[in-house]
Write a protein that binds this ligand. Structure first.
Ligand SMILES: [Fe+2]
Length: 382
C-alpha cells in the first residue's frame, strides 16, 4: 500500500504546519499556490501557521487551472535556480499537481516529458508538504501527477511512488470558501474516484476499505456541503471522503469513466467533472455486468436498502443513486447539455477511446470501441 508518510486530518490540523516543516529543516521554501487561494487569504493563514519558518517562504503562483507541462517545468527551473529544499503545495488539484510535478522534475533533467508514464523516476524529488483547499482531486495523497499535454489536448501523468508527499495536511476549515458549484464539481470527482477505485481490477481488501467509506461519506454529505458551505460536519466528511478516495484509488487504479474522460476533459464546454458526470451513469451500468456484488456494495454505501432483494437488483441501484446525486447537486449527465451536437458524438467517442487506452486496462470489464461508442450515444441523452 502507498500512503504519505504523515497525514494530519481534521479541523485545526493546519496548526501542525510549523512542526512538520521543522522535521524537514529546510533553508528555503517555495509555496506553490493559485491566485484565488492567495486572494482569499488562505496563503496568509498558512504563512502564519509556518511560524518561525515564515520568512523562508516564497510564493510561486500557478496562473491557471488544468496545468500543462510548461508551467511544471517553469516551476522546476525556479526551484533549481532558487535552491529551494522544500515545496509546499497549497490549493486545489492544479497547484498541488504543479508542486508535486516540479519537485520531481527539479531533481531530474528539468524536463517532464521523459518522466511521463509508469515508474520512470530515477530518484526522489524535493520534499513536499501538500495542503488541499478543495475536497476532490485527492492528488495530495496519490502517487500521480496529472498534466495537460498541449500537442494532443489530452492529459497524461507521472505515476510513481516518489511523487508522494512527505506530509499532508487536510484541514476542512480551508475549504469553507468553496462556492456551491466548485463543491459539487470537486466532490463529484472524489465520488467517481471512490466508485472506480472500488471496482478497479487492481483493487484489494485494503484499498476497498478506503473506497467503501469514501463512497459512504461523499454520498451522505455532498448535497449538504453544496447547500451550506459553512456546514462544518459536511465539510469535514467531504474532506475525509476525498482523502480516502485518493488513498484508495492510488492503490487500486481507476476505470473507464476516467479513461474515456481523459480525451473529453480539455474539449470546449467541459472540465474534469463535466466529462465524468456525462459518462458515470452509463459506464456504471455497463460495468455492472459480471461485477454485481461490487455495485451492490456501492448502492448500499450510497444509502440504498438492499436487504431482501437480489444482488442484480441491488447493483442496478448504484447508477440510479449517482443520477440522483447529480440532480441534487445540479450537474448534468447529458452531453447535449455541454454544447455537443449529435453529429459530433462519434468523433468524440473515437477520440476518447484512443486517448483512454492508458487507463482502460484498469477497468473491471473490457471495453471495445463499439462499447465506447454505445456509451457516448447513451451519454448524449434522448
Ligand atoms: Fe478525477
Amino acid at each position: 500500500m502507498f500512503h504519505p508518510n504523515i497525514l494530519c486530518m481534521g479541523r485545526g490540523s493546519l496548526e501542525n504546519t510549523e512542526k512538520l516543516i521543522g522535521q524537514i529543516e529546510p533553508e528555503r521554501i517555495l509555496m506553490v499556490t493559485g491566485p484565488n487561494v492567495r486572494k482569499l487569504g488562505i496563503a496568509d493563514r498558512v504563512l502564519t501557521a509556518a511560524g518561525s519558518y515564515r520568512n523562508r517562504v516564497e510564493l510561486f503562483i500557478n496562473p491557471k487551472p488544468e496545468p500543462d507541462i510548461s508551467i511544471v517545468e517553469q516551476c522546476a527551473r525556479h526551484i533549481r535556480e532558487g535552491g529551494y529544499d522544500l515545496v509546499i503545495g497549497l490549493g486545489g488539484g492544479s497547484p498541488l499537481d504543479v508542486a508535486k510535478g516540479a519537485a520531481v522534475v527539479a531533481t531530474h533533467d528539468g524536463e517532464m516529458r521523459p518522466l511521463l508514464g509508469m515508474n520512470r523516476l530515477q530518484r526522489k524529488g524535493i520534499p513536499t508538504i501538500l495542503i488541499p483547499t478543495t475536497a476532490g482531486s485527492g492528488t495530495d495523497v496519490t502517487r500521480a501527477v496529472v498534466v495537460s499535454v498541449p500537442e494532443d489536448k489530452s492529459k497524461r501523468s507521472i505515476w510513481d511512488h516518489r511523487t508522494m508527499a512527505e506530509a499532508v495536511i487536510v484541514d476542512p476549515e480551508l475549504m469553507v470558501h468553496m462556492p456551491p458549484g466548485l463543491t459539487a464539481e470537486t466532490g463529484f470527482d472524489a465520488l467517481v474516484h471512490a466508485i472506480e477505485g472500488h471496482t478497479a481490477r487492481g483493487a484489494n481488501p485494503f484499498s476497498r476499505m478506503y473506497t467503501a467509506e469514501a463512497v459512504r461519506l461523499i454520498g451522505a454529505y455532498i448535497a449538504r456541503a453544496c447547500r451550506n458551505g459553512r456546514d462544518m460536519e459536511a465539510r469535514e466528511a467531504m474532506a475525509r471522503g476525498a482523502t480516502y478516495a485518493g488513498i484508495g484509488m492510488t492503490n487500486s487504479g481507476l476505470g473507464a469513466i476516467h479513461a474515456l474522460a481523459l480525451g473529453v476533459d480539455s474539449c470546449e464546454g467541459f472540465n474534469h467533472c463535466r466529462s465524468l458526470s456525462v459518462l458515470a451513469p452509463w459506464v456504471m451500468r455497463f460495468n455492472r455486468i459480471g461485477n454485481e456484488s461490487l455495485y451492490a456494495d456501492i448502492a448500499e454505501a450510497l444509502g440504498e436498502k438492499i436487504e431482501g432483494i437480489s444482488v442484480e437488483e441491488a447493483s442496478l441501484k448504484a447508477s440510479q443513486c449517482v443520477v440522483r446525486i447529480c440532480r441534487e447537486i445540479g450537474i448534468s449527465i447529458y452531453l447535449k447539455d455541454c454544447g455537443i451536437s449529435k453529429d459530433k458524438v462519434r468523433s468524440l467517442a473515437v477520440g476518447a477511446y484512443t486517448v483512454g487506452q492508458r487507463l482502460l486496462p484498469m477497468n473491471c470489464r473490457d471495453v471495445s470501441q463499439e462499447d465506447a461508442l454505445a456509451l457516448f450515444e447513451q451519454a448524449f441523452g434522448g
